[in-house]
Design a protein around this ligand. Structure first.
Ligand SMILES: Cc1ncc(COP(=O)(O)O)c(C=O)c1O
Length: 398
């Protein structure tokens, strides 16, 4: 071959011209398949695999070895038949939701959920002819009463962002199962598979923003969906295939590294958060602490029954003095970073009304106990005394 052909084909793995060869190295960590397309053995294989994209690799938007590895791991951790990797938590939620709702349907979801998930229902799906009812999903009767003949989805976020309300997945699933054709999706991001397995409690699909605890280091934006093979196949084809929110192989690879330490991280997140919550609960400048591990939390008993191994690393705090007090605290934190997101190894502080929940109206926020004087803390794995000292010095400045 001449130089320009050689530049492309010589010693290229799988290239026919140079004769394909198998890699000899047994990599300890999986390689990153940074490729958009896959060489198919012959015409018949190409025809077959395009009809059966979960049985091989054709094109990275349909699946990749790095995503496949991640999906198998997530399915295992969530006790599911199958899982799907998506490019963000919202990508996972919108893909899962769109795979079950159609024009004319009605959806029931919680009065406290992540702001952009709320926007998906309230601002996007309404334009496609889908109606909704928001209820307090910690009250199972409210869920039951909201179900209509055209309800196709009950969507539950637990623990809920940002007030950490815990909904009883098993009890809601019992209500849902009394009706034909209703799917129950649970956003279990705040718990991670380490603390909660919604499918075991009767949910049909579980979604996570893998950007948070699953990754753990704030380096990847990703989402996952887990459930039965039939449901996941439908999410993949045609929904993910058409929406195109696929996870990049490098991001899937990074997530695989992050997940190795999920257990040790969650244990430290939980024990640190419990200590911080107990400290803040007694603080004279604090009105209220929302942490499901505290006995004072209204849904502590459900959390105790439903979550295993701890109550997570997230909490919200009403600071006396409203927005001005919040500004003082947030501008003076030294160990906590003023940043949205959560579940990172390092601690973060945000103002939920103006950051994660800006999509809701002030009236909707107040009705959901998301007050202007409220901050949300994502407790990291630092030495807890340093976190408490940081809060102490900032609160003292009010
Ligand atoms: C509970 C919950 N679900 C989903 C999301 C969306 O995740 P992502 O930002 O990865 O799209 C978030 C983001 O904060 C969240 O808090």
């Amino acid at each position: 071959m001449k130089i320009n052909t050689d530049l492309l084909h010589a010693y290229q793995l799988h290239a026919r011209l140079s004769g394909s060869y198998e890699p000899q190295a047994m990599a300890h960590i999986s390689p990153i398949y940074q490729t958009t397309t896959y060489v198919l053995e012959d015409f018949d294989t190409a025809v077959y695999l395009n009809q059966h994209v979960d049985e091989g690799f054709v094109y990275t938007r349909f699946g990749s070895p790095n995503c496949d590895e991640l999906e198998k791991k997530i399915a295992h951790l969530e006790h599911a038949e199958a899982a799907l990797a998506v490019a963000s938590g919202l990508g996972a939620i919108s893909t899962a939701v769109m795979s079950v709702v159609k024009a004319g349907d009605h959806v029931v979801f919680g009065d406290v959920i992540y702001g952009c998930s709320y926007a998906l229902f309230a601002k996007v799906l309404t334009q496609l002819g889908v109606t909704y009812t928001r209820v307090d999903t910690t009250n199972v009767q409210e869920v039951a009463d909201a179900i209509k003949p055209n309800t196709s989805l009950v969507y539950v976020e637990t623990p809920a962002n940002p007030t950490l309300k815990i909904s009883d997945i098993a009890a809601i699933s019992e209500v849902v199962n009394q009706h034909e054709g209703i799917t129950m999706i649970v956003d279990s991001t705040f718990a991670s598979p380490y603390l909660q397995n919604p499918l075991d409690l009767g949910a049909d699909l579980v979604v996570h923003s893998a950007t948070k605890y699953l990754c753990g280091h704030g380096t990847v934006t990703a989402g996952v969906i887990a459930g039965s093979k039939a449901r996941i196949d439908r999410c993949r084809m045609p929904y993910l295939q058409c929406f195109g929110a696929v996870l990049d192989p490098f991001a899937a690879w990074l997530l695989m590294q992050g997940m190795k330490t999920l257990g040790v991280r969650m244990e430290r997140h939980c024990s640190n958060a419990m200590k911080v919550a107990q400290y803040l609960e007694k603080h004279p400048k604090v009105d209220k602490v929302y942490y499901p591990g505290l006995e004072s939390h209204p849904t502590h008993e459900i959390a105790k029954k439903q979550m295993h191994g701890g109550y997570g690393g997230m909490m919200s705090v009403d600071i006396k003095g409203g927005m001005d007090a919040v500004r003082t605290v947030m501008n003076n934190m030294k160990v906590f970073s003023l940043a949205t997101s959560l579940g990172n190894v390092d601690s973060l502080i945000q103002h939920s009304p103006s950051m994660s929940h800006f999509d809701m109206t002030p009236e909707e926020r107040h009705a959901a106990s998301i007050f202007d004087g409220q901050v949300r803390l994502s407790i990291g794995i630092e030495d807890v005394d340093d976190l408490i000292a940081d809060l102490e010095q900032a609160l003292a400045l009010i």
